[in-house]
Design a protein around this ligand. Structure first.
Ligand SMILES: [Zn+2]
Ligand SMILES: [Zn+2]
Length: 227
């Protein structure tokens, strides 16, 4: 699990993959995370200008909050799914639909202004199966909807899967598992199956620690049994 560089910004995890020509970054944190982000880059001996691409898991403000600053700093290209393009370009968040006791309680109390981000025009808009070979990384970006309609995941040839909010862990829920926030349940189960089919072994999520794919396999099997 050592090829994925993990920057823990507090609530949101940012991940980086290294190639001979630079780095590919997965997500940004909140705008107020910038200082911490820069410190962690330095700690990992990464120069901002070495980051060539920023992939956005989905258009929620905890993933896109610092996108404008990060893009300006790194001059990296920004990649999003077609379904999230408008949100990122307009600086708004995709719909947030809470499904757990805690998120149902908390989210309506949050000021609407929180969901506003600085608009960023994406450079690369994808549908599915986008190869990162041009960026020197043996990995592809796949469409894994459910949390939002345009949520995407990165899966490397070695089986490292950066899946963002396809699963949630603490603090969004006590144990790692089904997202606490999503727009369509069935799509999430299908996305999990896809992630497994694509050869995922190690799962990296946006909120919570990494784990092995077995957890997803077990939960899928349990669901099939219950059906
Ligand atoms: Zn989200
Ligand atoms: Zn999130």
């Amino acid at each position: 699990m050592s090829d994925v560089i993990h920057l823990n910004l507090g609530f949101t995890n940012v991940y980086l993959l290294k190639s001979d020509s630079g780095y590919v970054q997965f997500d940004t944190g909140y705008k107020h995370n910038m200082k911490k982000y820069l410190k962690l880059l330095e700690k990992n001996q990464i120069l901002p200008e070495e980051i060539k691409l920023i992939i956005i898991n989905h258009a929620h403000f905890d993933h896109t909050g610092a996108l404008k600053e990060t893009k300006e700093l790194t001059k990296a290209q920004v990649l999003v799914h077609e379904n999230e393009k408008e949100f990122v370009a307009k600086g708004i968040s995709a719909e947030v639909r809470p499904h757990t006791f805690l998120t149902k309680l908390l989210i309506p109390t949050m000021p609407k202004s929180w969901a506003r981000t600085d608009p960023v025009e994406p450079d690369i808009v994808i549908i599915d199966n986008y190869s990162l070979e041009d960026f020197g990384i043996k990995a592809k970006v796949i469409h894994t909807p459910g949390h939002t309609p345009g949520t995407i995941s990165v899966i490397t040839e070695d089986g490292d899967a950066i899946v963002g909010c396809n699963l949630h862990g603490p603090p969004l829920r006590l144990r790692r598992g089904f997202p606490a926030i999503y727009y369509d349940e069935e799509s999430i189960w299908k996305s999990w199956e896809r992630i497994i089919e694509e050869g995922a072994k190690n799962i990296y999520i946006s909120h919570g620690k990494p784990f092995k794919v077995d957890l997803m396999k077990k939960k899928l099997a349990k669901r099939k049994k219950a059906k």
